[in-house]
Ligand binder design. Sequence first.
Ligand code: ADP
Ligand code: MG
Length: 709
Amino acid sequence: MTTLRTYNGVLDTPVEYLKGVGPVRAELLKSELGLYKAGDLLSDYPTKHVDRSQFHKVGDINEDGQYVQLIGEFVSLNMIGEKRAKRLSGVFRDKSGQIEMVWFKGANYMAKFLKPYVPYVAYGRVSFFRGRPNIPHPELETLENPDRLKANSRIMPSYRSTEKLNTKGLDSKARRRIIQEFLPKIRERDIPEFLPDDVLSKLKLISAYQARIHIHFPKNQDILLQAEKRLKFEELFIHQIRLLYSKASYKAESPGHVFSTIGQHFNHFYKNILPFDLTNAQKRVIKEVRTDVRTGRQMNRLLQGDVGSGKTVVALMTMLMAIDNGFQACLMAPTEILAQQHYQGISDLLKDTELKVGFLSGSVKGKPRKQLLEDLASGHIDILIGTHALLEKPVVFSNLGLSVIDEQHRFGVAQRAKLWAKGKQHPPHVLVMTATPIPRTLAMTLYGDLDVSIIDELPPGRKPVKTSYKSELKRPEVIAFMKEQIKKGRQVYVVYPLIEESEKLDLEDLNNGYEKLLHYFPTPDYQISVVHGRMKQEEKDFEMQRFIDKKTQIMVATTVIEVGVNVPNASVMVIENAERFGLSQLHQLRGRVGRGADQSYCILMTNFKLSADGRERLDTMRRTNDGFEIAEVDLRLRGPGAIEGTQQSGLPGFKIANLAKDGAILTAARRMAQAILDEDPELSNEKHKRLRSHLGRSLKQAKSWSRIS
Ligand code: ADP
Ligand code: MG
């Protein structure tokens, strides 16, 4: 977080010395909100603003949820109800009528403080209860002081608070007054500008000083927007500068192998083996990789592409580049089955070449393992494919030049580091593939220090999966449809949600569902596989294999069904309780079908009652098959923290920027940061001096972080 470097004084004033604070409130500001100095209060931006320039009449109130500002008085104030239902109820009246105001929280405090027959200005949100309007927890201000009324008839900030602060009278309104008191004392020189002039002028940003004043008490909506824009930009820009600086320092300090030639294996594969034309997106990514591996710096590239977009062949061609330059390559997948599938697919493509492909997982033991490790160390094996068994100590390469990691979010940073250590002289280049598209804005903030390639195009001729949603009433129809598909020789997935906190319950769901399915699909006519999280990996693999081998027609599973597993003959995906899944997860699951030549279907079974969010999710699924579009909607609905793959990666907590909404500002910030660092990598130019000094020590930190991550 950026702290303001102050000129001298005002912003360093401890909160207890500010007017309207005092020792008791100061303690609360510190312990509850972590605000110690005036500058901290200034940087604790309002959570929202309310337009208090309008006044309303009680008699005109007719809308639930409407915000109103009233002038009137209380004709009665009574504590009513018992124990937990105890509350303060006041009848508030103006010339046009009367309305109830209630306090559940802090009722005792308010009862002491409020007086009947004294004029107040009241502001709050109308809520209807049994057809009658009331206003819970209104903000109140006595009307004794006309100056204050005037001062308050404007756009007003609201501040975050806590229950404890509210009950101690340090609510949003009190916070507002404190700020209002000390804001005029701040001078322009207290908040020196730190963004370069040309950034300010290019993006038409107001100054650091102005933004900080207007974000609290804007004169109008326009200046409020300007203040928000400036502060959001500055927050994202500073973050991007640090990321890009750290990335550049890392690159400068981490030499990598040079793959200088495109050789015989690559060319032979491309001309004689590759059974289809590459899509433009695939070609572009291969070029991006090619550029990286020639620089003499280690490549760290994230390859994002929807399920079925053809990442594997890109990985394979990258591996061939490594081999053509005298190196070995490896590919690591998160599960045995996935690794096996890669092994079979790649061995098959390379069967008429002299290249040697090896397989390693926990299940390779004894003599074969020993032989494999020897062949690897002697350089006999060109490509090693496997599970995280690849990371183990005895696995020694003769000359590892490239590591490909499939389905990235299952592997942590520590594991990536282990792979690096397998390189001799230099760490291998790293290509990480993921089928969980991350919205661009998130990728820019999360992986700012990785290079990102995107395959945003599916191979031609794919039939998009047809998606529908059905309520329980339509169950017989769905069963009939499944039977029809099975009769055609297709296979079906039935998936139940698995949410960790209620794992037991979900297993029950799955078991009940399984029982029902057995009833509809009796043996011996039908065979059903079951896979769930409580099973051992070998059991899961066994069941999965039966399904792959077409020994079973239906696969009942919790969401553990393997990412990336390819069963082209499966053409129906039934998702139970679909409303309980996040969008990205639904999309991932749907990606299990639509891999063969046949038309595939995804059926989302839902509750009768859907929340607005739930409906939007299901409608989005029906509308589009584009993983990036889906990820954007998911980001908007659930916020950045909930997006898969972001939890462990330490998404920065922004104070004012919102990644779900501020994509345009982020893009501008990124571009600007990149341009500045391209021109002046160490920020040593005169015009970047103040930026550099604002970043201060955090730049050096960025440098040292880049070495350990
Ligand atoms: P994913 O990106 O999900 O890992 P895969 O690499 O498994 O996708 O590719 C899915 C399928 O598409 C594979 O059968 C692959 O052979 C095929 N494929 C990949 N690229 C193309 C292409 N350019 N044209 C036609 N088919 C392709
Ligand atoms: Mg794949």
